[in-house]
Write a protein that binds this ligand. Structure first.
Ligand SMILES: Cc1cc2nc3c(=O)[nH]c(=O)nc-3n(C[C@H](O)[C@H](O)[C@H](O)COP(=O)(O)OP(=O)(O)OC[C@H]3O[C@@H](n4cnc5c(N)ncnc54)[C@H](O)[C@@H]3O)c2cc1C
Length: 395
């Protein structure tokens, strides 16, 4: 196992100070039977606690990690892969790419046209509100990262505008249980990649508007409006020093409301069939997202109203070191359930790799089992077809 930094590197160096997992502690399940075993199963770990937990897991399974070993090149030479690292060079018949789905911030090209007097920060640079210059903050993106940072900055006393595009609205709790309990118990997390109607769309879905707070608070757009955050539409471009926003805020919010409603209906239907209805509270419905009758369509970035733009517009992987022709035009890895389009090359930890839960900590166990099964078949000379294989522990 080659790691350019230390164990749990992304959790050590690529997260802001206040971040807590949005997945509850009971869900922190790792392979080899390793589980969160603390006293707060319904709580949410801080970044430091995640580092500690992953460190304990690495020790538990005696993971053979070579730290400070950056992979700088992987090439296919005959039937082997030639790996060059910052420490040495060697050949391998198989390679598993587990370098993460969130190596780089995804920032639109028009960021270059923002006037120089406005500071720009990505979520890789943001640590806490004290680091920002005075003035208002424009947070771009209303998924898990964006809503968490907008709330934090507002609570710190900053005027905050949040630019909202397509998003996934979820209540923190539903019928008395964490909404992720419902995702887990009803089998939504376990939905397989080869059973989804639109896999490429599922892989592009933004993260849900959730935060892990001790109060188990819902952090949807209504909650942010109550805090005094101004909502505007999707940021379309910059022209003559002005930010231009889409007028479609109401539409994206209605769509998110509708999708949440459908998901809650599906949970209710599942609970009836499963017999869980009597163990949970009564069905709930949530008010639609409130939007102002008119929202700003533009903002003068030179007026001084906004001192900082915080980009919470998503992440992308970085395969700058991969010298094998397996990337599509958008730089994503071409793979079928983790079997990359080059013999002996595999991937783990990418969105909906084999299941909806693939990029979450608890999602790796089932995916890893399937992918390693395929890899073992490859090494043994068996022709393996990942699509034909059923999940070993799927529902
Ligand atoms: C802001 C944020 C919040 C999240 N919150 C949650 C949550 O609440 N719950 C949850 O389950 N998941 C959450 N996730 C998803 C989380 O990242 C994954 O669950 C988990 O960390 C993925 O592990 P991974 O090992 O696949 O990827 P990573 O954690 O990204 O690990 C990849 C590793 O590869 C190393 N690496 C990369 N390139 C190279 C190279 N060329 N050479 C050597 N080493 C390299 C990196 O240093 C890194 O340590 C969150 C992600 C983000 C970005």
């Amino acid at each position: 196992m080659l790691e350019r930094g230390e164990v749990a590197n992304s959790w050590r160096h690529e997260r802001w100070d206040s971040l807590r997992l949005l997945t509850p502690n009971w869900q922190n399940r790792f392979p080899a039977g390793f589980r969160y075993d603390g006293r707060e199963p319904d709580g949410y770990l801080t970044g430091a606690e995640v580092v500690e937990l992953i460190g304990r897991f690495a020790a538990h399974v005696q993971a053979p990690v070579k730290t400070n070993a950056t992979v700088t090149s992987v090439r296919r030479v005959n039937d082997r892969y030639r790996l060059t690292t910052s420490r040495d060079e060697f050949a391998a018949r198989t390679v598993v790419i587990a370098s993460g789905a969130c190596n780089r911030p995804s920032v639109p090209a028009f960021a270059d046209s923002i006037p120089a007097e406005v500071e720009q920060l990505t979520t890789f640079e943001y640590r806490n509100p004290t680091q920002l210059p005075d003035g208002g903050v424009l947070v771009v993106g209303a998924s898990a990262t964006g809503v968490q940072l907008a709330a934090e900055l507002r609570q710190f006393g900053r005027p905050v505008i949040l630019s909202v595009g397509e998003h996934v609205r979820l209540p923190r709790t539903y019928r008395g249980r964490d909404v992720l309990w419902w995702m887990d118990a009803s089998g939504v997390w376990d939905q397989r990649y080869d059973e989804l109607d639109d896999l490429s769309r599922a892989r592009r879905l933004p993260s849900p508007q959730l935060a892990g707070t001790p109060e188990r608070a819902t952090i949807d757009l209504n909650a942010l409006t109550v805090m005094g955050i101004e909502l505007v539409g999707r940021w379309a471009t910059v022209r003559d020093g002005r930010a231009l926003f889409s007028g479609g805020l109401r539409n994206v919010c209605s769509l998110a409301d509708l999708k949440m409603e459908r998901l809650l209906n599906a949970f209710d239907a599942w609970a009836l069939i499963d017999g869980s209805s009597s163990e949970v509270a009564a069905p709930e419905r949530f008010p639609p997202t409130q939007t102002a009758p008119t929202t700003r369509l533009d903002l003068d970035l030179r007026s001084g109203e906004i001192g900082t733009v915080v980009w919470a517009t998503g992440y992308r992987p970085d395969y700058g070191w991969l010298d094998v022709a397996v990337l599509d035009a958008k730089g994503n890895l071409c793979h079928d359930g983790g079997a990359v389009d080059s013999p002996g090359l595999y991937a783990l930890g990418l969105p909906v790799l084999r299941r909806r839960k693939s990029t979450f900590i608890h999602g790796i166990e089932d995916d890893a089992r399937d992918v390693i099964d395929h890899l073992a078949g490859y090494l043994a000379g068996r022709a393996a077809a990942p699509r034909a294989r059923r999940a070993s522990s799927g529902r």
